[in-house]
Design a protein around this ligand. Sequence first.
Ligand SMILES: [Mn+2]
Length: 337
Amino acid sequence: MPDWSELKKIVDAHQTFVLTCHVRPDADALGSELALACLLQDLGKDVRIANPSNAPNTLEFLNNDELVSVLGQGIKSEEVLSADVHIILDTSAWSQLQGVGEVFRKTDAVKVVIDHHVSSDDLDAHDFKDTSAEATGALIYRFAKECGLPVSEKAAFYMFCAIATDTGWFRFPSVSSQTYRDIAEMIDLGVKPHLVYGELYERSSLARHHLSGRILQRITTIEKGLVSWTWVAREDFRETGAKPVDTEDLVNECLRVEGTKVAFIAVEQENGQVKFSFRARLGSNVAIIAEQFGGGGHTLAAGAMLPGPLEKAKQQVLEAVIKSVAEQEGLSASNPA
Ligand SMILES: [Mn+2]
């Protein structure tokens, strides 16, 4: 468990803060940044958010106050370098930070990492990590609670969005009774779950549904049904009008096939690289597969980016998955069903 009083000491001793998260920020990354920004602003601190890349349009509703900037667009390196404290949220991996990582290496600021990922580099920072936490947003809430910081309705909204998405709407194994108690307190603070659900899950485009149809049709099971996987090519995006971000969460559809323990999706990017997302049921570990390809994540959810072409990347990952599952399940890798 992180010692939150140590983070409070750092906060109390400084005035200007820059918050950062991983590339292609998700709702936990953005929600954590925005929630922490609210807490710090309520303490009279100056806060900027400098991310390595833009958030998807689907998460625009999180950035109503336009607090979120991208390094080199809304905020310059010099502004980040001059802050007293630089806080990285929802990642501990250099590869996830891109240009922001370069600034983080250079800065004389006090460096802080708040994260719940298993995969991690030594970022030479004060670590506030809890790999059992359901979301980084949950860690921000526990920091506030433990240090007696007031949580505004807006901060609670950001935390709720962070936890809701990283737990698949409160259903993943990381969820505990404490999660529900925290969530209940956020609802008491004014968060409306049905409105959040609508923003997150009921704004799908028709193009996304058409893309989903193709991806579901291609789901294949191997290794006696223990592995389910699917893929999507650049042509699919062109032909359906959907965007790469529209594939988010579709890997979970593979995990819904009965008997599946490990699932993955291969998504060919516009630049020819292939993004892999892995999911596992409790008891399996996909972080070790993602790490073989320079990626990382949690035991139950991980990702990696491979160079193209799509067919080659698929084969490489398939081999690694079959080997890993065979090892984890005690099957013979040379005899796939
Ligand atoms: Mn997270």
